[in-house]
Design a protein around this ligand. Structure first.
Ligand code: MF3
Ligand code: CO
Length: 265
């Protein structure tokens, strides 16, 4: 069942999504060589609680932390540990909050420079996949159009799309229908409607698309142990097109870097 949201509900998801965005901006300066994921997790949890939210992942099906910190070959759901981040790593930080009964869910892949140019390209292309997917999220299209755009762009650049994990609706629950795969065929899937609120989250692999879960039951890694990147935005369909409820601007401000741009030829 897909719950279409009222404008008031969309504002509540926006508030939650903005708090996640600010949380990622808050921890961004700490995501560097030598940083310990568990410490980042603590900072994020404190920031969320100080701002009237509750970490959404903590306790979700038993997940033990506020953040997912997924380094290199870890695709998603990396449990923050005590292994310091190092130069050359790519680090996806995924965070969810619940505020006033509504969820926000948002992720960014940080570069711990110097990063190999081909891996940097993977991160840039994954970001572009997210933005190209969002562009297809409009009335008149279907969910499959989103995945098609993402898959086309990833594969055109020689990368592959994770199949086993997908984006999702969100609102009063962290995960709602519909599923939003990062692969698909144009004209397939649910029609996109005003009031839909979606988390779009391409997970793109440098090598092959296959992934596996580690014994901790959470950590998802690439089967070939090549790196993987991940970005996630929350969007609402308003007046026929996507409005992005989350923002990377706090991260860009904190790091003094220029926004990632879609540079598709
Ligand atoms: N963005 C991820 C997702 O939508 C985060 C979930 S982590 C979990 O699946 F712990 F909450 F499962
Ligand atoms: Co999500």
């Amino acid at each position: 069942m897909i719950y279409l949201k009222t404008p008031e509900e969309i504002e509540l998801v926006r508030e939650a999504a903005q708090l996640v965005s600010k949380t990622l901006g808050y921890i961004a300066p700490f995501v560097k060589a030598g940083a310990v994921p568990k410490q980042l997790d603590k900072l994020a949890e404190e920031f969320i609680r100080d701002n009237g939210g509750v970490p959404a992942f903590k306790g979700y099906h038993g997940y033990p932390a506020t953040l997912c910190v997924s380094v290199n070959e870890v695709v998603v759901h990396g449990i923050p540990n005590n292994t310091p981040i190092k130069e050359g790593d790519i680090v996806s930080v995924d965070c969810g909050v619940k505020k006033n009964g509504y969820y926000g869910d948002h992720a960014f892949t940080f570069l711990i420079e110097p990063v190999r140019p081909e891996v940097k390209k993977l991160v840039q292309v994954t970001y572009e996949c997210l933005m190209l997917g969002i562009e297809q999220a409009k009335v008149g299209n279907r969910i499959g159009d989103i995945g098609f755009a993402i898959q086309q762009h990833a594969e055109k650049n020689g990368f592959s799309v994770v199949r086993d994990l997908v984006g999702h609706g969100l609102g009063k629950s962290l995960h709602e229908e519909p599923e939003v795969p990062n692969y698909g065929r144009p004209g397939n899937g649910h029609p996109i409607k005003n009031g839909m609120v979606l988390a779009i989250e391409p997970m793109i692999n440098f090598g092959k698309y296959k992934v596996q879960a580690l014994k901790d039951g959470w950590t998802i890694v690439t089967q070939d142990r090549q790196p993987s990147a991940h970005f996630e935005h929350d969007i609402a369909i308003v007046n026929g097109k996507a409005e992005v409820l989350s923002t990377f601007d706090y991260i860009y401000q904190a790091l003094g870097i220029s926004p990632l741009k879609v540079s598709v030829e």
